[in-house]
Design a protein around this ligand. Structure first.
Ligand SMILES: [Zn+2]
Length: 149
């Protein structure tokens, strides 16, 4: 039972304080985070981010921000990869939607063109009728002028 309770306090405190995603800018305590270079033997020359308060006071085993720079960068790369995949998915969806829209527009355009064609045909036949009416009127006028003259 006691084992379970320690575990739960551990995870809740690490969620509240330690785990910051990406490059940490500020520690939970309010102090700025600085980039330092490790001098300890197994990680010699390895760069890390550290709460400046904890760094100046040389705190150890505390809950102030501590993150290896390379791990942060790996996190960022992972995040970018995930983001990129999401963007690709979105792009694919947009392309499909675009195709659907294109088809709808094409169909509508065809209908409009059909109507325009119909209209043109109508206008043409109306023109022909008008021309024959004018021709008949002219012939009648000429005939009338000859009769009168
Ligand atoms: Zn701090």
């Amino acid at each position: 039972m006691s084992k379970l309770s320690t575990k739960s306090t551990e995870s809740s405190s690490s969620r509240a304080r330690g785990r910051v995603f990406g490059v940490p800018k500020r520690c939970w305590c309010g102090e700025a985070v600085v980039a330092l270079i490790s001098k300890s033997d197994p990680n010699s020359c390895r760069r890390y981010y550290r709460c400046s308060f904890a760094a100046t006071n040389k705190l150890r085993n505390d809950e102030h921000v501590f993150k290896w720079v390379d791990e942060v960068l790996l996190n960022e790369v992972d995040a970018l990869t995930t983001k990129n995949a999401a963007h690709e998915q979105q792009l694919k969806k947009l392309r499909t939607e675009r195709l659907v829209i294109d088809n709808v527009v094409y169909e509508k355009m065809e209908k409009v063109l059909e109507k325009v064609d119909d209209g043109l045909d109508e206008a043409k036949s109306w023109n022909k009728k008008m021309m024959s009416v004018i021709l008949i009127v002219c012939v009648v006028m000429i005939a009338l002028s000859k009769v009168v003259g």
